[in-house]
Design a protein around this ligand. Structure first.
Ligand SMILES: *[C@@H]1O[C@H](CO)[C@@H](O)[C@H](O)[C@H]1NC(C)=O
Ligand SMILES: *[C@@H]1O[C@H](CO)[C@@H](O)[C@H](O)[C@H]1NC(C)=O
Ligand SMILES: *[C@@H]1O[C@H](CO)[C@@H](O)[C@H](O)[C@H]1NC(C)=O
Ligand SMILES: *[C@@H]1O[C@H](CO)[C@@H](O)[C@H](O)[C@H]1NC(C)=O
Length: 212
């Protein structure tokens, strides 16, 4: 039983090792970010103070009073933005999953929304003003996706795992054969045996009993 548990945990560990959660960052200026209306301002080192843009991801942010749509593929999502004059609403695939409002005058971009349990697949993030006055200053999102490792790492991991699993299987096989053999011999001597795994403990105790 223990041996089988060991073998299956080797297989499980190898399966985990061959997939890896990878973070991807999408900037506000990325072509895949869609703004439903003309933004109020696109902040960059040429349009905003350097003291501000130096705090932004890749030096840019977008200020808008209308909705922002970002398609992404993954299981985790982190949204970085700041709002003024009202909160914003976060939707995933059309469902409201959060609302964000920072305290007024909070002078830095914040993690406005975090979800680490999104169903695998392609999703549509929508950030929209909760009030008509709300101004969203959008900086970036991070999304994490489980990617399968590519060769050669994938091949190496696969090969090593296969070899370890095979080795473990052989050990389990030898162990089971030996135990059956020992049990058969004992049974021939007329000793009673229980049919569970603890029988191996009984086997070790027999020589001591015989010495008495
Ligand atoms: C991805 O980014 C988030 C937010 O910065 C961080 O908390 C998380 O640990 C990162 N995950 C990986 C796998 O790097
Ligand atoms: C950062 O901005 C430069 C242009 O200033 C652009 O070419 C580059 O793709 C941007 N990087 C990211 C990760 O968005
Ligand atoms: C802004 O909010 C963040 C997170 O709530 C906090 O860590 C930070 O100290 C705040 N900054 C100011 C200037 O209030
Ligand atoms: C995370 O996203 C899923 C959609 O895949 C949603 O059903 C769930 O409510 C979200 N969880 C949080 C804490 O926002």
């Amino acid at each position: 039983m223990l041996a089988f548990a060991l073998l299956s945990s080797v297989v499980l560990l190898c399966r985990i090792a061959s997939a890896k959660l990878t973070n991807y960052t999408l900037d506000d200026a990325s072509p895949s970010v869609q703004y439903s209306n003309m933004p109020i301002l696109r902040c960059s080192p040429s349009t905003c103070p350097e003291s501000w843009t130096s705090q932004l991801f890749n030096g840019t942010s977008t200020l808008t009073q209308s909705s922002i749509v970002v398609p992404f593929t993954g299981t985790e999502l982190y949204v970085f933005l700041i709002v003024s004059d009202g909160p914003c609403i976060i939707e995933i695939d059309g469902d409201t999953v959060g609302e964000f409002n920072n305290s007024p005058g909070n002078g830095s971009i914040q993690l406005a929304y975090r979800n680490t349990s999104i169903a695998a697949g392609t999703h549509r993030l929508m950030i929209l003003p909760a009030h008509p006055e709300t101004i969203i200053e959008f900086d970036y999102i991070i999304y994490a996706n489980n990617v399968k490792r590519k060769a050669p790492i994938g091949a190496i991991v696969g090969g090593v795992c296969g070899a370890v699993a095979l080795f473990a299987a052989v050990i389990v096989g030898i162990f089971l054969l030996r135990r059956r053999e020992v049990r058969r011999k004992i049974f021939v001597r007329g000793l009673p045996l229980s049919d569970d795994d603890k029988s191996s403990i009984n086997i070790k105790m027999i020589p001591r009993v015989a010495k008495k």
